[in-house]
Design a protein around this ligand. Structure first.
Ligand SMILES: Nc1ncnc2c1ncn2[C@@H]1O[C@H](COP(=O)(O)OP(=O)(O)OP(=O)(O)O)[C@@H](O)[C@H]1O
Ligand SMILES: Nc1ncnc2c1ncn2[C@@H]1O[C@H](COP(=O)(O)OP(=O)(O)OP(=O)(O)O)[C@@H](O)[C@H]1O
Ligand SMILES: [Mg+2]
Ligand SMILES: [Mg+2]
Lengths: 165, 155, 155, 165
């Protein structure tokens, strides 16, 4: 399985369509404090099916929609698309390339698509059940996670292991 | 469920010991159940011995040593349940230059089988990237992806 | 005691707003009592508006912005109860280069009336020091102060 | 008041006598992870009268005594001396320069001195009561304090203000 592209639109500090290509082995994202780097990780987490606003550094889900700036009005929805190469048999779908799309409107309405065909959230999360990308895996290490583990109590560290098991 | 936890504990412990040695260039570390007779409830301790120093629990290490040890544990978790992509957000912040170099060396071996995406402020870390994305906010509050600079001239 | 807390709150809030503006080169920030009708028990909120962005509570800022705002608050506490010496251990770790430059500018004004000692890994921070002490551990487990390098050639 | 010198002996990773001169306006302490920088702040905190081992990143007070390395046996005591310039009237003592010495033996025995004259711990902490160096002031900002304030809850932030008041 290879992650190819992440396309952000109306997501947090990215009102305009932004495309991130993941072709290389090692890709670095750089820039000053507050410019939007961690928002990219939130977008990836969200399109993969994250349902908890706090896991996206938000209070309510609608907080992830671009809510305006000095020169721009807020927008009414956000859409993230993730393009993945999945050669035969790597994912439980017949395609060799799939596009996962997740949309959220300010009304709270959600839309999910696989290869532009409407589906349920469960269809998206089911895709990744055996791949290590789902919840409980340590593939997406957010800012502060290392520090949280440093300051964790023994029982909290146990929780870390229980989530992996 | 006791079996699943014990299996995860043993496997992650094994990865953790080896990754710790790689990142610290020596020494040793392990996870320990605080009460081995109560595997279903007991907490987990982390014992570390950086090279040249005495073994101690993780909380008695220096700031940077703690961060590197915790990173080793997170990466051990990743090794136990691998994924096609590993995304690291500023995990190198508390590390000095020598530790960053060892960390990037480990990343390069990981990158042989995994796509790695890292957010970083560290120039040593940036050097091992095949591609660099810059994010800016020239227009206040609006993020822009400004460049994908390929390090094709690097040594 | 209610008077003492309110006095400290008001004074620190005042310093905090000004130091925040200095470190962020603009914007504004303030402390707020969550329940103004219960000054003896209520918790404290921190509202920040980085330049060009909308006001929000501190937890909704980016990692580096949070750290810079919290540092502004700690320094406001220092301004309220000053001491002959200020000792800072790696407070610049999460900051990008521009923020470190603004931080060092603030330190230089502080240093006009205060002795400042900083532990740092950051070369930009090191540049504003009048004297540099290097600590090494060539003999494993034994710290040695190896040099006091005066930056007398700096611009 | 001007801090002039800090002399460490047998303290944590500093078994040999080490002298740190604080004459300049801005002094930077640098070195690799784990080399002993933060131990210097612990030594300063301790000689000023800190009584809580956890504030010194220790479990028990005796943990601050050098406890050995691959090539060196543990030592039996630690001594820290702080030399301060205090022009007339700045401190409640008649001297213009004072030396504060604190000693701890593995037995748990403690010794305190001002200008090499034995005194009580209280005599040392009383010196600084009005100077902002005592407990509750924010003059000694340890590694992780900024992060702790970032992750603090509103009631914990209140405690920060209450300590300053
Ligand atoms: N819904 C939203 N609409 C507009 N802007 C938002 C929204 N949600 C978050 N932001 C802004 O995104 C910015 C934070 O971005 P992010 O956390 O990605 O920064 P960063 O580049 O990771 O910085 P650092 O290096 O400090 O970690 C903040 O200024 C925040 O106000
Ligand atoms: N009583 C003791 N005897 C010997 N060594 C000790 C003692 N107490 C602490 N140490 C050692 O001191 C070292 C930690 O030093 P310190 O925390 O000052 O590092 P540091 O230079 O601040 O590192 P960092 O940059 O990672 O924060 C550790 O290796 C620790 O094991
Ligand atoms: Mg970030
Ligand atoms: Mg330290």
């Amino acid at each position: 399985i290879r992650f190819k592209k992440l396309i952000l639109q109306g997501f947090k500090s990215f009102p305009d369509t932004t495309e991130l290509v993941f072709n290389e082995n090692i890709c670095a994202i750089v820039g000053p404090n507050g410019c939007g780097k961690s928002n990219i990780l939130d977008a990836l987490r969200w399109v993969l099916g994250e349902q908890g606003p706090s896991q996206l550094r938000a209070r309510a889900m609608a907080d992830i929609i671009f809510n305006g700036s000095a020169n721009r009005k807020p927008v009414g929805m956000t859409e993230i698309t993730l393009v993945i190469d999945c050669p035969a048999g790597t994912l439980p779908l017949a395609y060799e390339e799939i596009e996962i799309t997740r949309r959220l409107y300010r009304s709270g309405e959600s839309e999910y698509q696989i290869n532009r065909v409407p589906c349920r959230l469960k269809d998206i999360t089911d895709l990744f059940l055996d791949t290590g990308i789902g919840r409980g895996a340590y593939a997406l290490i957010e800012q502060g996670r290392v520090d949280a583990l440093v300051t964790a109590r023994p029982d909290e560290r146990r929780t870390f292991l229980e989530q992996i098991a | 469920s006791k079996l699943r936890f014990t299996e995860a504990f043993t496997a992650v412990n094994d990865h953790f010991s080896r990754i710790f040695q790689g990142l610290f260039d020596g020494g040793e570390a392990s996870l320990e159940l605080i009460d081995p007779n109560d595997p279903l409830e007991t907490g987990v301790d982390i014992i570390c011995r950086p090279p040249g120093k005495r073994a101690r629990t993780i909380d008695l290490l220096s700031g940077g040593e703690k961060a590197l040890a915790a990173l080793a544990l997170l990466l051990a978790g990743f090794r136990y349940k691998p994924s096609p992509l590993l995304f690291l957000d500023e995990v190198d912040a508390p590390l000095d230059d020598h530790n960053v170099v060892r960390f990037t060396r480990f990343l390069k071996t990981l990158a042989e089988v995994t796509q790695v995406v890292m957010i970083t402020h560290n120039s040593v870390t940036m050097e091992v990237a095949d591609i660099l994305y810059g994010v800016t906010m020239e227009n206040p509050g609006i993020s822009k992806l400004v460049s994908a600079r390929l390090t094709m001239f690097a040594g």
